[in-house]
Design a protein around this ligand. Structure first.
Ligand SMILES: *Cc1c(COP(=O)(O)O)cnc(C)c1O
Length: 386
């Protein structure tokens, strides 16, 4: 049985007729850039995520860059973030000229250690940019109190968490901005690149609309600031609009599969002598499992074993950002963030998309249990201490 990490084709066939029609309508209309279709999607996504405004842009990376810039963050500023993320999170901070200041992650949720943040705040700190890693929200209320107390902006990289909630509160509620990516394999994926900034701040929304369109205001050729060319085009907007009503159901299926993995593997993990860890979904969170990520002390061997059995898996992420060549100029060294460093050697993301079947989840779980038996023999007797 072959088990893949994503099946975009199967998802397309589920919606083929309506998506083909919607794309044809855009082509017939000749309005590829901006217009009512993009505006409609922006409002629908903003409503879904608990924000007043949605500003569509060309990618999730641009969403981060523009959000930082809209809040005036740039040269000489510091932004507190996590070293355990996709490169775009640090890239955006560096791109606007600010300095990424890393705080290590929690060993169970892989999100930033919120209670370690305050020790890293300096007079130069302007914002906190945490990530809702793998689809589980970082602690919003604790982050909000730190941001308020120190007068910092709270911008969340929510590229992996569209549809998640915490105490029933959606991702963009109560933060200065949350950013989304519509990269094809994200929970809500376009047929190409796309992203969005969500904010409830009217003034910031206006700056963002100006920034994405060459810094114009009021008139097409009136430039009030140096901007970007960063548009979410109408074809992507209609693809996303047709998928959005199904997102909740898809996320529910991901949750169901995650819980099925847990059911199969809880006993295996318990008897693993700490070699296997399952993801922790904290009580207050509705995790949407963009990834179902386990940890194994023999991760590379496990990945090879799964591959031999036609089971795909991926490492998100094999090296923390503070040790990557692009970010070493900021002066960090090996040993600075021990949890991120340890975890990057052990994480493995298993297939979790909604196009899978329960039989496939069972199959993957069985192979992990089997690997555990052959690779980590159970202690057969207790050696007597001499
Ligand atoms: C996907 C992703 C991004 C960037 O999205 P793009 O649309 O590819 O630019 C940023 N941060 C995280 C955590 C992501 O997973």
């Amino acid at each position: 049985m072959k088990v893949s990490l994503a099946d975009l084709r199967a998802q397309y066939y589920e919606l083929k007729e309506q998506i083909d029609t919607a794309i044809s309508e855009v082509i017939e209309s000749g309005q590829f850039s901006g217009g009512p279709r993009v505006a409609r999607l922006e409002q629908e996504v903003a409503d879904f995520c608990g924000a007043k405004h949605g500003i569509g842009v060309a990618s999730g990376t641009d969403a981060l860059i523009l959000a930082l810039e809209a809040y005036g963050i740039g040269h000489g500023d510091e932004v507190i973030t996590t070293p355990f993320s996709f490169g775009a999170t640090s890239e955006a901070i560096a791109r606007v000229g600010a300095r990424p200041v890393y705080v290590d992650i929690d060993a169970n949720t892989y999100n930033i250690q919120v209670d370690a943040i305050e020790a890293h705040i300096t007079p130069k700190t302007k914002a906190i940019l945490p990530v809702d890693l793998y689809g589980q929200m970082c602690d919003r209320s604790a982050l909000q109190s730190i941001a308020e107390k120190h007068n910092l902006r709270l911008i969340i990289d929510s590229a992996q968490s569209i549809g998640a909630s915490q105490y029933g509160i959606p991702i963009a509620d109560g933060v200065d901005a949350a950013t989304l990516s519509f990269y094809p394999t994200k929970n809500l994926g376009a047929y190409g690149d796309g992203g969005m900034i969500l904010t409830s701040n009217d003034e910031t929304a206006e700056i963002l609309r100006s920034l994405r369109g060459h810094g114009t205001h009021g008139h097409k050729y009136h430039y009030v600031r140096v901007g970007y060319c960063s548009r979410l085009d109408a074809i992507q907007a209609v693809v996303l609009e047709n998928k959005l009503p199904l997102l909740q159901g898809w996320n529910d299926l991901r949750r169901k599969y995650a819980h099925l993995y847990n059911t199969h593997l809880e006993a295996v993990a318990e008897q693993s002598n700490g070699t296997l860890h399952l993801p922790l979904e904290t009580e207050d969170n509705c995790h949407i499992y963009h990834q179902y990520t386990i940890r194994h002390t023999r991760r590379d061997a496990l990945q090879v074993y799964l591959k031999e059995n036609e089971i795909a898996s991926e490492i998100y992420y094999p090296s923390p950002l503070h040790l990557q060549p692009a970010y070493t100029p900021y002066g960090y060294r090996e040993g600075d963030f021990p949890i991120s460093e340890k975890v990057s050697n052990e994480v493995l993301s298993l297939p979790i998309h909604p196009e899978l079947t329960e039989a496939q989840i069972d199959f993957v779980a069985e192979h992990i249990a089997k690997f555990q038996k052959i690779s980590v023999p159970a202690p057969s007797f207790q050696r007597s201490q001499i």
